[in-house]
Design a protein around this ligand. Structure first.
Ligand code: ADP
Ligand code: ZN
Ligand code: ZN
Length: 737
């Protein structure tokens, strides 16, 4: 591990996880030196805190007599080496977020709390001689044992307890069973993860895939961003895997980021089938210990591949060689609370600092990324055809004006569903709203069930007989009669997945309808069960929210229906059109294969809408060109840069007063090149009992915008009106809500 310069200066400058834009000075112990990047425990207020040593100094602005000595050093070796620290410092500057809080976001919980940064001594298992030659079919009555034997026979490797534990459940019993049969035994640790590398052969690539692989391979060892722009099923994942193979063969580690946890299992499985190296996972469903282990394993080079969601981006690597970000357009890469960073943008910065290629993959690249590719900043690699023989499904608009609708489904759509399921093929129905219906209204007095804490309606969850707010989580029992007039009949207005499920269950009583949304997949493992059920053909109609649009491919689905396209067409957020187009293309990419091409039906009352027509007749890229031209006209991102300042408080006036004062500061100091828009009430003006206002800053000059923010933030800290509000700054917001 590279060590930072030792020092014997007397003052330690420590980053602490407190919302203050400064470091904290402490007296160094006499037995210094210590390297930068180690954790120290320091007195803070009446207690103590764990922080990270970021600098040493000879003098402090705090009077010497007031300086307190540190309590103890936690580490001998730095948890963050200079390169890691430099990236976090960049993040702190760019997002105008205190360094101590950035570091705290980056560190796994255990390290944040001061736990020792040591890997638990890992135990490894490998097949015995007998196990290697064993016919796994003989284990068919112990399917988990069979699976493990097959996995290890396939990769010829060893497996650690940590990896076994990731499989969940009863792994100890499985191991014990195989040990008792003499098929498995404790083994030595593999030397270094990357060195134990071997792989199954990849597929023979088509010319487009090969060109992409060659281009990235030629850039190994230097920074370059590639936009791998390939339609769903065009073989992007195959390209990733062949690039990973190149990295591993050179002894380099690889960082792979996906937008959602639900996408990790399938990718993990494909990686494990291909590569016999240690793979670490990092996402929010893991325990703190598992995440800390993954962090240390990457830092110490024990694992070769890290697969994770946006927070995994900050994991330190011993020898990072390649960064891959799949579904780069997905807004889940932008953190929406705390440190509001874009994992995509920071991944590019990390690649630049480390000097490694960054591959951004998508079937529907973000407009910014297409713009960067057009401007020559990113190299544009296209995979325009589906790999193998599969063809793109055909898109079709279904005009539902004047059509009789049953729970949102038109007759022609129902007829198409009937035909499809009669052929034994699967139907996927997409509706981006969970629950039974979004509004409960009284038929006689027009009372509507509203959330008391938000400016929003309560959503009916009929199955559990509850009303729920999808914004603050508050809930109550479903009332049986109108609480206002006491006599009126309560009616459910609008559509949710539960309601459509009920209809389909009735109409297709002999078919299996599966509903996939946050409500049905909350329990761990249920999503995987559903996916397995669908893939094994034991589901005829699959109904779900945008969860369906992400990553999963269902080969036997030949009809995809989008029930309500229109709700996405009318939004005050300029990002909405882009998101809708991406969603429609992604949903449609989930279906069909060579012998059974898919069809996508989109119900709309606006069959003449230009966005829909552009998408339909000319595809996503033409749509993107049109949308980019509109943004250029309006000087919206990526032709300008934005930062959104949000403020909220229980007191209805406080946020507005605060933002008016902020706008005043900006009017005095900021360059006229920085537009200040607002303050205005947030689109959802009240949420979880707090009133919300916002102020938008925009400039065509990124440097000027950041200069203004850099000056503003410390001034805001001392505003009197700040006392009553909670504010947050969102640089490059993807959601103006
Ligand atoms: P994407 O990530 O772009 O959606 P995948 O890499 O998952 O695409 O590939 C889609 C399907 O096509 C997979 O079943 C994959 O095995 C197959 N495939 C990919 N590349 C090839 C190839 N060169 N020849 C044959 N099949 C391929
Ligand atoms: Zn009423
Ligand atoms: Zn609420």
């Amino acid at each position: 591990m590279p060590t930072s310069p030792h020092t014997s200066a007397r003052i330690y400058r420590v980053a602490l996880a407190v919302p203050i834009f400064s470091l904290f000075d402490y007296l160094a112990p006499d037995d210094a030196p210590v390297c930068l990047g180690v954790r120290v425990e320091v007195p803070f207020g009446k207690g103590s805190k764990i922080g990270v040593l970021v600098a040493v100094a000879e003098s402090s602005t705090v009077a010497e007599a007031k300086l307190r000595p540190i309590v103890r050093r936690v580490d001998e070796q730095p948890v963050l080496v200079a390169a890691d620290m430099a990236l976090l410092q960049w993040v702190s500057r760019y997002y105008h977020y205190p360094l101590g809080m950035v570091i705290s976001t980056a560190l796994p919980a255990g390290l944040r709390q001061g736990k020792a940064a040591v890997l638990p001594r890992a135990r490894y298992y490998a097949l015995t001689e007998a196990g290697r030659g064993f016919d796994a079919l003989l284990l068919k009555r112990a399917p988990q044992q069979k699976k493990l034997v097959e996995q290890l026979q396939g990769q010829g490797g060893v497996i650690s307890e940590a990896e076994l534990a990731l499989g969940g459940g009863t792994w100890r019993a499985v191991v014990k069973g195989l040990q008792d049969k003499g098929l498995l035994a404790l083994a030595d640790a593999p030397e270094v993860a990357v060195r134990a590398f071997s792989q199954q052969p990849g597929l023979a690539c088509n010319a487009d895939q090969q060109a992409a692989i060659t281009a990235v391979t030629e850039s190994f060892g230097q920074f370059r961003v590639f936009l791998l722009d390939g339609v769903t099923g065009s073989g992007k994942t195959e390209v990733y895997m062949q690039l990973i193979a190149v990295a591993l063969a050179r002894g380099l580690q690889v960082l792979v980021l996906v937008p959602e946890i639900t996408l990790t299992p399938q990718l993990e499985e494909r990686f494990r089938r291909r590569f016999s190296v240690n793979i670490a996972l990092s996402h929010s469903k893991l325990t703190d210990t598992q995440r800390q282990t993954a962090w240390l394993q990457m830092q110490q080079g024990e694992c070769a591949i890290l697969l994770g969601t946006r927070s995994a981006l900050f994991t330190p690597f011993k020898k990072l060689g390649l960064i891959i970000l799949d579904e780069e357009h997905d807004t889940s890469f932008k953190q929406q609370e705390g440190l509001r960073f874009s994992a995509r943008d920071v991944a590019v910065v990390r690649g630049q600092r480390v000097g490694v290629p960054v591959v951004l993959g998508s079937a529907t690249p973000a407009l910014e990324s297409l713009y960067n590719a057009e401007a020559g900043r990113y190299r544009h690699l296209r995979l325009p055809k589906r790999a193998g023989e599969a063809v793109q499904p055909g898109l079709q608009l279904l005009d539902i004006r004047n059509q009789r609708l049953q729970e949102g489904l038109s007759e022609p759509l129902l007829a198409a569903i009937r035909v499809t399921v009669a052929k034994g093929e699967q139907v996927m129905i997409f509706l981006n709203r969970r629950g039974f219906a979004p509004t409960l209204i009284c038929h006689s007095c027009a009372w509507v069930a509203r959330c008391r804490r938000c400016e929003a309606n309560l959503v009916i969850h009929r199955h559990e007989q509850r009303l729920r707010c999808h914004h603050c989580g508050s809930e109550q029992a479903l009332p049986q009669k109108c609480p206002a007039c006491k006599t009126g009949v309560l009616t459910a207005l609008g559509l949710g997945t539960e309601r459509v499920e009920q209809l389909l269950g009735g109409l297709f009583a002999d078919k299996v309808v599966v509903r996939l949304d946050r409500d049905t997949t909350q329990r761990k493992g249920t999503l995987e069960q559903f996916l397995a059920q669908i893939n094994s053909g034991q589901a005829d109609i699959i109904l779900g929210t945008q969860m369906l649009a992400k990553g999963h491919h269902f080969a036997n689905v030949t009809l995809v229906a989008v029930l309500d396209v229109d709700s996405g067409l009318f939004s005050i957020d300029f990002h909405a059109a882009e998101k809708l187009a991406q969603l429609l293309v992604q949903v449609s990419g989930r279906a069909g294969r060579a012998d059974k091409p898919g069809k996508v039906v989109m119900q709309t009352r606006r069959p003449d809408h230009p966005l829909l027509l552009a998408l339909l007749h000319s595809g996503y890229h033409r749509f993107a060109q049109t949308a980019l031209a509109e943004r250029q006209e309006a000087l919206l991102p990526p032709f300008s840069y934005q930062a959104l300042l949000r403020a909220q408080a229980a007191d209805a006036d406080a946020p507005l007063q605060f933002l008016v004062a902020v706008a005043g500061l900006l009017a005095e100091a900021a360059s006229p090149e920085v537009l200040v828009l607002g303050p205005v009430a947030a689109p959802m003006a009240k949420r979880a009992g707090l009133f919300r206002y916002q102020l938008l800053l925009q400039s065509t000059d990124r440097r000027l915008l950041h200069q203004a923010l850099g000056r503003l933030v410390p001034q805001m800290e001392v505003l009197k009106s700040k006392q009553k509000v909670r504010w947050s700054l969102d640089v490059d917001p993807v959601d103006l809500y």
